[in-house]
Ligand binder design. Sequence first.
Ligand code: ATP
Length: 365
Amino acid sequence: MASVTLSHVDKIFPGKVKAVSDVNLEIRDGEFLVLVGPSGCGKTSTLRMIAGLEEISAGTISIGDRVVNDVPPKDRDIAMVFQNYALYPHMTVRDNMAFGLKLRKFPKTEIAARIEDAAVVLGLEGLLDRRPKELSGGQRQRVAVGRAIVRQPQVFLFDEPLSNLDAKLRVQMRVEISQLHARLKTTMIYVTHDQVEAMTMGDRIVVMKEGMIQQVADPVTLYDKPVNQMVAGFIGMPPMNFFEGKILGVGSEARFITEGFTLPVPELKRDLLSAYDGRAITLGLRPEHIGSTAAEQLSDPHRIEAQVEVVEPMGAETYVYARVGGAMFVSRVDPHANVGVGRSISPAIMVDHAHFFDPETELAL
Ligand code: ATP
């Protein structure tokens, strides 16, 4: 087990594509760290630099106390699981799992013992003599994880390992990988573009955009205290609603005003927003803070008038897409709430949970 440290790491591809800019990150020994962000944000390049599959343009990467910038991948004591599993099609599951150990000249008995152990952990006992084409997607993914486990590396790297699986299997494998981490307690670095995967699996999450780290935090902090509008909009499903408007007044008189509704500025934010009197601002409201059971139970709720356009029953809750002024928003309401398409509603707003962003810098206020 080992920590991994990235210090001022850049990746510039030929043609001057700057894929990663000044990444500073300390991944703790035994931590499950998730790199998440939209397509092209540089997460795979970051992971591949840690693996040694991609050269570092600037900065240093250390695994434990050792700077590994010039250490070839095979000597970094890491194991990587890829999106496409990268199994050898002509080899059995057993041989696929044994391959890396044979290359490293492990004794046969040791290899057999490690494969047996991994097969038990991953439920692959009955499949060791099959070839990859005789396995389901989920089983192939388990073999790819098994091949990494038998190496007993200091660090596991996962590059979107669940992308090729159907929705149900993704959820199952997500839980299995989390259980594996709990059991092995080895440092794991996991790349995904799926914020649900990030939130459910990561001890900490790194949100990236355009090659730069936006925020590093545990899931709850990321959700409750996003540092900017990108993080606020990326984390959470359905996503946070944004309303362009302006602030008028200061202190207890301060109001957020936009087309179709006005809300008081919550007490906690009044000092911060006093500088915005008369200026443009972006309001962010999570779907569960509009018309939810908790919102409707407030003793003195602030309400907005809206028209329902789409209703999505999810079972445990219902997503209501509605229009207020020129803006659409989504709220997360009780599944038994009486809402129908075309109806007028006046949902309660949990003003104390409102987020505010500077429209120019997009930073949270
Ligand atoms: P995705 O989720 O789509 O895989 P990502 O966040 O993992 O995206 P990277 O694959 O790290 O992003 O790519 C970051 C940027 O670097 C992108 O603009 C991409 O086009 C560019 N890039 C990646 N690999 C290369 C390469 N070999 N040569 C040139 N540019 C590259």
